[in-house]
Design a protein around this ligand. Structure first.
Ligand code: ADP
Length: 471
């Protein structure tokens, strides 16, 4: 089982202490190695000095024995030499002198080839009794005879000293780790405080209080960024929630009218006896309302699909010319009924990669509105053109639909694409609209990366424009 602290604060503290312990460990190792290296260097230098002193103290006695001046008053250094390990050999390996401290042990055995020829050769070794020493050798000429002088200092003291140093450092480690833990815990707590505050505030925000926001202390730090992201999310949620509420109340309102009409027509029919023709009339008008209801529910379903993002676009290649012609053919019948003429001018060179059905629906809705809201015997003009953006060279195909209807006041232009929005309630309801056609057109155009807009036309009428990116 893996033990993992539950709280970030504890985890941060552990990480902090862990990293601190590693750094401390590396520091202690580094300090010990450095200390050892410095002490050994010092020892080496001291040995060289000592060896030079010894060279000055050596002499051959009249009987040919090699001796060391041990007269303290004339050679005060000689006392110290007695504490070191000293061995003097001939290059052939014959021992000429060995001091008492060596107690008969040798200091490295037979001379190695070239030992001490150049400078001072230094070697780490153990004596026969196991004592560790640092030895240096040097070839010295005395009275014309070559002598190999070996001098060694015990390194046991250095090891003891290092051990003491290490123990001293290690004793401080638990204290340092506890201090680091306490400091780390406090720092982590301080750093996480704003997060806890944010969680507390967020917890209080319910569907009814979506207008509340998380306070931002410092917008530039990470928590400020997070609070801004959460506030952005709340704004979007609030907007969606509001839209949903409007949508639900609009739908209920829109459904109530045809249902009330069906009900009252039915009630009138039941009140007294009628002729079969009258009954047929009554049933006919009830069916008309049912057809309206069905159409509205179909449209609402399309909108619901569009909202959920589940609509899949089946893209094919076609031009705006083909699409406009198709839409004109569909709506032409309605225009003929009102003795209106539809003109289609211009053309597009660009192909679109788009869902033909959705875009056809978008154009038909615009054209249908133009027919619906324009006076009889007027004309409706469709203009197709191409446009190219100078900045990034992106290309667009554009379709403008112009009519001579009542037009849309500029202040209402932005809202005509909203669901259930009607510029003139009474007039458009009579014309059979539920205020959903433009909302669907807008969705279809935007789903293809396009833009839909409306402008008033002078002296009368409106111009709806669809702008779609070329494939
Ligand atoms: P509807 O089904 O009511 O026509 P739309 O979404 O298609 O719904 O249009 C929304 C409203 O915009 C309409 O109710 C109407 O008031 C206004 N409108 C749309 N097209 C035109 C137009 N060509 N001329 C004048 N008003 C229009």
């Amino acid at each position: 089982m893996r033990l993992r602290p539950r709280y970030i604060r504890d985890r941060l503290t552990l990480w902090y202490v862990g990293i601190f312990a590693i750094v401390l460990g590396v520091y202690i190792c580094g300090a010990c190695v450095l200390q050892y290296w410095q002490l050994m260097n010092e020892l080496h230098r001291a040995e060289i000095q000592e060896l030079e002193t010894i060279e000055g103290l050596l002499y051959f006695a009249p009987d040919g024995r090699l001796l060391l001046h041990q007269d303290y008053h004339s050679h005060p250094q000689s006392r110290r030499v007695l504490d070191d390990f000293l061995e003097v050999l001939t290059p052939g390996g014959q021992v000429l002198l060995r001091n008492d401290r060596l107690q008969g042990m040798d200091l490295g055995g037979a001379p190695a080839p070239g030992e001490g020829d150049v400078g001072y050769r230094s070697t780490r070794m153990r004596l026969a009794n196991g004592a560790p020493v640092l030895a240096i050798s040097h070839l010295h000429i005395l009275d014309g005879k070559p002598l190999l002088i070996r001098l060694a200092y015990g390194t046991g003291l250095i090891r003891d000293h290092l051990f003491e140093f290490l123990v001293l450092l290690l004793l401080a480690v638990p204290v340092a780790l506890v201090a680091a833990g306490v400091a780390g815990y406090r720092i982590a707590g301080k750093a996480l405080n704003p997060l806890e505050e944010m969680a507390r505030r967020t917890e209080q925000i319910t569907a009814r209080r979506l207008s509340e926001r998380i306070p931002i202390d410092n917008p530039r730090d990470e928590f400020g960024h997070m609070a801004r992201v959460l506030n952005g999310l709340l704004t979007r949620l609030g907007e969606s929630f509001e839209k949903l509420q409007h949508f639900t109340s609009d739908v209920s309102h829109e459904l109530r009218t045809p249902l009330a009409a069906i009900r009252s027509v039915g009630e009138v029919g039941l009140q007294e006896d009628h002729s079969p023709e009258k009954y047929r009339d009554i049933i006919g008008s009830m069916l008309e309302e049912v057809a309206r209801l069905t159409a509205m529910i179909d449209t609402l379903l399309t909108i619901a699909y569009a909202d959920s993002g589940e609509v899949e676009l089946h893209r094919t290649f076609f031009t705006l010319n083909d699409l406009a012609q198709e839409a004109v053919a569909v709506v032409g019948v309605l225009a003929e009924d009102k003795k209106q003429t539809i003109f289609l001018t211009g053309e597009s060179r660009f192909h679109l990669s788009a869902d033909r059905n959705f875009l056809r629906m978008a154009v038909i809705n615009l054209l249908d509105n133009a027919v619906k809201y324009s006076p009889s015997a007027s004309s409706i003009r469709l203009r197709i053109s191409d446009a190219e953006k100078s900045g990034d060279g992106s290309r667009f195909a554009e379709l403008a639909i112009e009519d001579d209807g009542p037009g849309i006041p500029e202040e209402k232009a932005a809202r005509v694409f909203d669901r259930f929005y009607r510029v003139d309630e009474g007039r458009t309801r009579d014309a059979g609209g539920a205020g959903l056609g433009l909302a669907i057109s807008k969705w279809a155009v935007e789903a293809h990366g396009g833009v839909i807009s409306v402008k008033p036309r002078l002296p009368q009428g409106s111009v709806f424009t669809i702008c779609l990116p070329a494939a």
